[in-house]
Design a protein around this ligand. Structure first.
Ligand code: SAM
Length: 330
C-alpha cells in the first residue's frame, strides 16, 4: 500500500510517517529520510524531525484512531510545518474516509483528495502561515483526582472515554485485589491491556516504582491521555503503545503479569485471539489478572492455557469479578 503512496508523494523528501499498524509489511526504502512512529507524536517531537527543505507528514489511518484525534494532530502539525510542506492522511475508504474528508475540507483551505484503490489520500498543503485553532468541540478535557492506598493520582480524560468522570469501580477493585494478593514484586514487567486513560496501570506504577509497566490500547485518544497522565504524575517506569490486541509487542514470554479491565464488548473470535496473545507474551507461571462484569466470563477461552487461582467478588460490589490465573507449563 505504501508503494502507492510513494507514487503520490514522490521520493527524496523528509517523511515523517505515523502508522499504528506496525505489522504491515510496508516498503519505505524509496524515501530519502524517513522516520516511522506508531503513535501521534507531540508537536515538540515532530518539530525536532522537520528539515529545512520539504517535509511530508503521512498518517496511515487504520480505523480506530478517532476522527477528532486525527484532526487535532493534523492541525497541530500544520501549525509547525514550513510553508509548502504537506500532510497526507491515508484512510481506508471503508473506515470513514468521507466524513474525515468533509471535516478536513472545512478546516484546511488547501486540500486535495486522491484515490488509490481501497484508500483515499487526503493531501493538505501549507500555503500560508495562519495558525489554525483546534476547534473547541475537540477539546472536551476533564480532570479528576483519585486516592489509591497512599498515592493520589491526577487524571485527564475526555468525554466519551470509558469511565471518564471518575475511576470505574471495577478498575479500583482489580487494583485492590492485586495489592491484597501482593501480585506485583520488584523488577517485574507488567502489561496493562486496554489501558484506557491509564486508570489501572498508572496507580500500580506509582505504587511499584521499581517495576516496568507497558500500557496498551487500540484507541489513540486513550493512548494520548495515558501519555499525558504518565507525565502529569511524573512517572518514569511506564511505556505506552497504540496496539490492537498485543500486536505492538514482538517478544514472547517476557512479562511477569498482565492486568486488564477486559473489553467484553468485542466479538468471541477477538477475545480468543487476545487470550492466546496473553499466553504468548507472559512467562511460564506468569500471572493474568482480569476484571469484568460478573455476568460475563472468559473461562472457555482461558481454561486450556491458564489455571484459575482465585475469583473475587466484593459484597459491596457484586457486579464485578476479579479472576487471577497462572500460565500453564508447556
Ligand atoms: C473496559 S475499558 C477499560 C479501560 C481502563 N483500563 C479502565 O480501567 O478504565 C477497555 C479498554 O480496552 C480497549 N480495547 C478494546 N479492544 C481492544 C483491542 N482489540 N486492543 C487493545 N485495546 C482494546 C478499549 O479501547 C478500552 O480502552
Amino acid at each position: 500500500m505504501i508503494k502507492n503512496i510513494s507514487n503520490f508523494i514522490g521520493n527524496n523528501k523528509n517523511v515523517i510517517c505515523i502508522d499504528s499498524n506496525i505489522n504491515e509489511n510496508n516498503n519505505y526504502n524509496n524515501f530519502d529520510k524517513f522516520a516511522y512512529f506508531t503513535n501521534f507524536l507531540p508537536e515538540t517531537e515532530v518539530s525536532k524531525l522537520l528539515s529545512m527543505t520539504q517535509n511530508i507528514i503521512v498518517f496511515i489511518i487504520n480505523g480506530y484512531e478517532g476522527k477528532k484525534n486525527i484532526l487535532t494532530y493534523a492541525i497541530k502539525y500544520y501549525n509547525i510545518i514550513n510553508l509548502k510542506d504537506e500532510i497526507f492522511i491515508v484512510v481506508n475508504k471503508k473506515k470513514g474516509a468521507n466524513s474525515l474528508e468533509k471535516r478536513i475540507s472545512i478546516i484546511f483551505t488547501d486540500y486535495k483528495k486522491m484515490n488509490a484503490e481501497d484508500y483515499s489520500i487526503l493531501k493538505i498543503t501549507k500555503t500560508n502561515s495562519n495558525v489554525i485553532d483546534v476547534p473547541d468541540e475537540y477539546n472536551n478535557v476533564l480532570y479528576f483526582k483519585e486516592k489509591i492506598k497512599n498515592v493520589t493520582i491526577s487524571f485527564n480524560t475526555e468525554k466519551g472515554m470509558f469511565s471518564c468522570e471518575k475511576m470505574d469501580e471495577g478498575s479500583k477493585f482489580i487494583i485492590e485485589i492485586i495489592e491484597k494478593e501482593s501480585i506485583i514484586k520488584s523488577n517485574m514487567k507488567i502489561i496493562d491491556f486496554g489501558c484506557g486513560y491509564g486508570a489501572i496501570g498508572i496507580p500500580l506504577a506509582m505504587l511499584h516504582n521499581n517495576s516496568e509497566f507497558l500500557m496498551l490500547d487500540m484507541n489513540s485518544t486513550c493512548i494520548m491521555y495515558t501519555e499525558r497522565n504518565i507525565s502529569t504524575n511524573r512517572l518514569s517506569n511506564c511505556k505506552v503503545f497504540l496496539s490492537d490486541g498485543l500486536a505492538a509487542i514482538n517478544k514472547s514470554g517476557f512479562c511477569d503479569v498482565i492486568v486488564s479491565h477486559f473489553p467484553m464488548h468485542i466479538n468471541s473470535g477477538k477475545k480468543e485471539e487476545i487470550i492466546k496473545q496473553f499466553y504468548d507474551k507472559i512467562k511460564i507461571n506468569g500471572i493474568l489478572v482480569l476484571v469484568m462484569l460478573s455476568k460475563y466470563n472468559l473461562s472457555r477461552f482461558v481454561k486450556d492455557l491458564f489455571s484459575e487461582i482465585s475469583q473475587d467478588k466484593s459484597p459491596a460490589l457484586p457486579q464485578y469479578t476479579v479472576y487471577i490465573y497462572k500460565k500453564r507449563g508447556l
